[in-house]
Design a protein around this ligand. Structure first.
Ligand SMILES: [Zn+2]
Length: 162
């Protein structure tokens, strides 16, 4: 969804957007953002975006690479600063390092870009299956095989059971 920054009225513009996209190491099957963007001050160079994000992501398990589905949700409240660094008033340019601010070049805000960036922030560093898997599971399976498959244990088990 594209928004012309100049067209944002003081009451704000409602944003409802959904998409899916891949990232390095997984994909978002769905990401939806519902919120509002408001102008700050004279509404020419600074805006405030506020809303909620909900997403469904698929990432490989860190141990066995099996796909794990993640349901994610989070609040978004970020500042949108307009213009290339040189065009910004000094006090705004200083805030380039503000992690919760986005600098937009030009007149148009692409809400998809922000939705993607904010969705990525919700991801955990790594995910693992809820059940034992990978090297843990291989260890368990080997133990099972020894217990069930080795005939030498049969005699022992019979003794134990008697
Ligand atoms: Zn796993």
């Amino acid at each position: 969804m594209k928004i012309i920054l100049e067209d944002i009225e003081s009451t704000g513009v409602e944003i409802n957007t959904g998409r899916s996209f891949s990232f390095e190491g997984g994909k978002f099957e769905s990401v939806s953002f519902a919120g509002r963007i408001f102008p700050v001050g004279d509404g020419k160079s600074e805006f405030y975006l506020d809303g909620k994000i909900s997403a469904k992501a698929v990432m490989p398990c860190d141990r066995c690479l099996e796909e794990v589905i993640l349901e994610l949700a989070g609040d978004v409240s970020v500042r949108i600063l307009r213009g290339a660094g040189t065009d910004l008033p000094e006090e705004l340019a200083l805030e380039d390092e503000d992690a919760s601010a986005y600098i937009i070049d030009g007149d148009e805000l692409d809400t998809d870009e922000i939705t993607e960036a904010e969705a990525l922030l919700l991801l955990p560093m790594k995910v693992t299956c809820s059940k034992p898997c990978g090297s843990e599971l291989i260890k368990d399976e080997n133990e099972e095989i020894v217990k069930e498959g080795d005939p030498r244990w049969d005699a022992l088990n019979k003794l134990k059971n008697n």
